[in-house]
Ligand binder design. Structure first.
Ligand code: MG
Length: 385
């Protein structure tokens, strides 16, 4: 992946770099590892940040990391161009200083590795502000009423109209922020404070409220509800002699098989419909009509591959799939694990993402007579951030 700097928007020969601080840990999130390595779905926090910067005006990145994470991070950054590593210090202030020493550019964006929800437009706005005013500090107006508290007692009400919550990216003229860091001692929680302390004027750029820094356990899942879609699918096929019985791509030894235009894999059909339903796409009857001669006898697992491509095109991926096969015969219990494994492989997900159960109909209806097999399937799809 390349850093797609739209050089047309930048003064000629101006080099914009980024220092991304990734040297934290997972303690407050309850993780036993660095939160930048947490998987938000298909990608980690770090990769999500790098994707955002890849769509910005930044042309080179230095990640400030802990030595412990070096191996994992090197693997993750392999597909990205112009990303280098340097080690962090004991405090954020030391880590940023190390990052600044390791990069050379005209304008530098400093960003927290644990803010994956930043928009490329915000990164660019902070860069343009730094070009115009020397700095671009991302911030949002404070919405809560803020009080000063001493020993559980409110001692002062602060005027909210003058308060902002400060975020990153914070972008500066490189020489100025380096000079600022060289002129101060002690530790600081953000770069604008260092810049101000050194006598420069930090300039605010409006950011977004959802550009949160992942800090607590709740932050890890805070973006999930809007991005989850549930789907349901149902199918039934008649059992007949002279056909193989195929369920989830597995051939089950039995005197009869399911009748249909394709291989009549009732489980895979129900799963495909659940996936398509969750993705808001037309069902398999529309996508793969049983009047299409090209689909005669086709393996339903092949059709499943096509369905997966379509949901990936929607930016969605499988969280989990669950299905119940309704059959009087044959006994499916000995085959369930094979069927699960086969479906998981076909969908390119791990076994724990797929669960299959089987039931009979207590001697009621056509299924009880061994005349058909039905299947209900449901799934949860998630949208990549
Ligand atoms: Mg069917």
């Amino acid at each position: 992946m390349s850093l797609k700097a739209d050089s047309a928007a930048l003064p000629k020969d101006l080099k914009v770099g980024a220092v991304i601080v990734c040297a934290g840990n997972g303690s407050r999130t309850g993780l036993s590892y660095n939160k930048i390595l947490y998987n938000l779905g298909q990608k980690t926090v770090l990769e999500t940040v790098l994707d955002k910067f890849a769509s910005s005006l930044v042309s080179s990145i230095t990640l400030v990391i802990q030595k412990n994470d070096e191996k994992a991070i090197k693997t993750l950054i392999a597909p990205y161009e112009n990303v280098s590593l340097t080690y962090g210090g004991n405090t954020r202030t030391e880590s940023v200083m190390n990052g600044l020493k390791a990069i050379s550019c005209d304008i530098v964006v400093v960003h927290d590795g644990a803010r994956p929800f930043v928009r490329p437009e915000t990164i660019n706005a902070s860069i343009m502000s730094a070009i115009a005013h020397g700095s671009g500090i991302t911030a949002v107006p404070t919405v809560d009423t803020v009080k000063q508290v001493h020993s559980s007692r409110i001692v002062e009400s602060l005027d909210r109209s003058e308060l902002y919550n400060i975020q990153t990216p914070q972008t500066f003229r490189y020489e100025e922020i380096v000079a600022a860091y060289q002129s101060v001692s002690g530790t600081y929680t953000d770069d604008s404070e260092v810049y101000l302390k050194a006598g420069y004027v930090p300039h605010i750029v409006l950011g977004e409220y959802d550009n949160v820094k992942i800090t607590t356990e709740t932050d890890l899942t805070r973006t999930l509800p809007d991005n989850l879609k549930i789907g349901i699918g149902y199918d039934v096929h008649r059992l007949t002699e002279g056909r193989p019985l195929i369920l989830g791509g597995v051939t089950i030894p039995h005197g009869k098989g399911l009748l249909g235009h394709s291989d009549a894999d009732v489980l895979t059909h129900a799963v495909m419909d659940a996936l398509l339903s969750a993705a808001g796409l037309p069902d398999i009857g529309v996508l793969f009509p049983d009047t299409d001669p090209a689909l005669s006898g086709i393996s339903s697992v092949k059709l499943l591959g096509e369905v997966l491509t379509r949901i990936a095109d929607e930016g969605m991926y499988i969280n989990n799939v669950s299905a119940v096969i309704i059959a009087q015969e044959p006994k499916l219990a000995p085959h369930i694990l094979n069927i699960r494994a086969s479906l998981a492989k076909s969908m390119n997900v791990s076994l724990d993402k797929v669960n299959i159960s089987a039931t009979t109909t207590e001697n009621l209806g056509v299924i009880a007579g061994g005349g058909a097999i039905a299947c209900n399937a449901s799934c949860l799809l998630a949208k990549q951030q």
